[in-house]
Design a protein around this ligand. Structure first.
Ligand code: FAD
Length: 503
């Protein structure tokens, strides 16, 4: 009998591990494990669980139709496997490779040892264009193309029955000592097909012009991230389906939208490959030359204001409060929150990353940590993007729709003052029903002064640490930078990530 271990791959379509486990007609036992230790990690939250538990319910319907229901166990993976071995004649284990957090990396090492000691093979398959191991990035684009355009894995038509299921919805919630307040408007796992269909058929028309505008983004973006993060949707299947739509598209807006979407999808695997190649970047600066830069300056007061959406900068606060309520934020909003925390507030990226990881329903470690480091300026290969919070506000929420929605206390302030409410006189504040420091915070820092200070700090730091700089940078480019041709064939090496901001 084959054991199918489901992790962040909660689907049956284009499922390499299921396909291989079932292809000889051998009985397959599908198992999901809720690991209590995992749910104590500081980058997890019950928002993730709310989505996963619905996804498991959906998946159960699929497995029941195939003939063998899904089993769910609570406990440490090795302990669950030990118990299963006593009940079932398991001859091999099948799963997808997981590029998770440091905890799941260590867990997988322990699990590998467990099966090895029992001489039971554990077959792991790629679920993204992420290669294990990858010597360097010279040929990654080509390899990724080949992988993403390869045929999808067929789904078995049926599975031999082994045993009845051991659970029914709703599954018990894992325990967590401290957690965020629940997310009242989160995306649901049950909405996958409507999200995908409305996007490809209609919402993609607004993708190109809408994804960076705070008020338009929730509708214009695909909103497929949580389905990709927990593997309800296969990345390869999505790429191929969107490509088919692109080929059939006759409307220019639709073509441009699908082109932009298709290129964004590419960044998914590109970023996950970074964490796969260097799992330590979850906790350490990608460029070690930045070690020590911000560690000793952490302000708990600034962090708390930022994390609650109470900095006094309307666009920043609206973005954080939207995220806390919905569990989602568009790319530009995420980048801006990290940049503001890193440069204006001079906070180290690690606590910032953990807070956001808990907030995002779509938390995907492989995208999250490399993106956080990029926005915090610790990769050594990306430009420092210090967003001006007022300029961004005027550009990306010009009529203040997003700000007014998420900061109702600013509702009656005219648009001309909305982006900088601190410029209102006392009597204007009274007139518009919003007293600064009472109804809405006064700015916790002065943006211009904070950025000047950040620039000076960086300049001094770079001057003092120049010696180790170039060697480190070369190492990072070789290991992590995207390129369509090998380094030797290029005149100038630059991170193509820049294209992410051309919208
Ligand atoms: C600091 C920071 C942290 C982030 N953390 C996460 C995370 O934990 N999980 C996550 O899925 N995304 C993360 N992103 C990337 C991006 O913001 C989200 O993928 C996107 O906003 C999700 O919404 P969507 O599915 O509607 O995106 P769309 O614009 O519709 O894009 C479709 C898909 O392409 C991929 N994608 C899009 N943009 C990027 C990008 N810049 N980098 C990598 N992949 C991308 C995602 O899989 C996304 O679902 C982060 C970005 C930043 C700046």
């Amino acid at each position: 009998m084959h054991l199918l271990w489901l992790k962040r791959d909660l689907r049956i379509k284009d499922h390499a591990a299921l396909y291989h486990a079932a292809k000889q007609g051998e009985p397959v036992l599908p198992v999901y494990i809720v690991e209590p230790d995992y749910w104590q990690q500081p980058d997890t939250s019950l928002r993730h669980w709310a989505f996963i538990s619905d996804a498991l319910t959906e998946l159960q319907h699929e497995f029941q139709k195939l003939g063998q229901p899904l089993l769910v166990f609570y406990g440490a993976a090795s302990r669950v496997f030990r118990d299963l071995l006593q009940q079932f004649p398991i001859s091999a284990v099948y799963s997808h490779e997981e590029t998770g957090n440091l905890w799941s990396y260590q867990r997988d090492l322990a699990v590998a040892k467990f099966w090895q000691e029992r001489a039971i093979p554990w077959h792991q398959y790629q679920q993204f264009a992420v290669f294990r191991p990858l010597a360097n990035r010279d040929h990654w684009f080509k390899q990724a193309d080949a992988w993403l355009t390869a045929p999808l894995y067929p789904t078995p038509v049926s599975l031999p029955f082994i045993c009845h299921t051991n659970w029914q919805a709703p599954l018990p919630w894992p325990e967590r000592k401290i957690d965020l307040v629940p997310c009242s408007q989160a995306q649901r796992a049950t909405a996958l097909s409507s999200t995908l269909n409305t996007f490809l058929q209609d919402r993609v028309l607004g993708y190109r012009g809408g994804i960076s505008y705070a008020a338009k983004a929730p509708h214009s973006c695909s909103r497929l991230s949580p389905y990709l993060s927990y593997g309800m949707l296969s990345m390869r299947a999505l790429q191929q389906e969107s490509w088919q739509h692109r080929k059939a598209a006759t409307n220019t807006k639709q073509q441009l939208g699908l082109d932009a979407f298709y290129s964004r999808l590419r960044w998914h695997c590109h970023f996950i490959q970074k964490l796969e190649d260097e799992p330590e970047i979850e906790a350490r600066n990608m460029h070690r030359g930045f070690d020590g830069l911000r560690e000793n300056d952490f302000s708990a007061e600034f962090f708390s204001a930022w994390a609650k959406g109470e900095t006094g900068y309307p666009l920043i606060d609206a973005a954080m409060r939207a995220l806390r309520t919905t569990g989602w934020l568009h790319f530009r909003g995420r980048a801006m929150l990290v940049a503001f925390a890193s440069y204006h507030l001079w906070l180290h990226w690690r606590p910032v990353a953990l807070h956001l990881a808990q907030c995002f329903v779509d938390y995907e470690p492989g995208i999250h940590y490399p993106q956080i480091q990029m926005q915090a300026g610790t990769t050594g290969i990306n430009p420092n993007r210090m967003y001006n919070p007022v300029k961004q506000s005027l550009l990306k929420d010009p009529d203040g729709r997003f700000i007014r929605h998420w900061l109702p206390e600013l509702q009656h302030i005219p648009t001309s003052w909305l982006h900088q409410p601190w410029l209102l006189t006392k009597s204007q504040q009274q007139q518009y029903g919003c007293l600064l420091g009472v109804d809405y915070p006064a700015p916790i820092i002065t943006a211009e002064r904070a950025i000047k200070l950040a620039r000076e700090r960086l300049k001094l730091w770079l001057a003092a640490n120049r010696a180790c700089w170039t060697e480190q940078k070369k190492r990072i480019v070789k290991r992590h930078a995207s390129r369509s041709r090998p380094i030797e064939q290029r005149k100038r090496v630059s991170e193509r990530q820049l294209t992410l901001f051309n919208d």
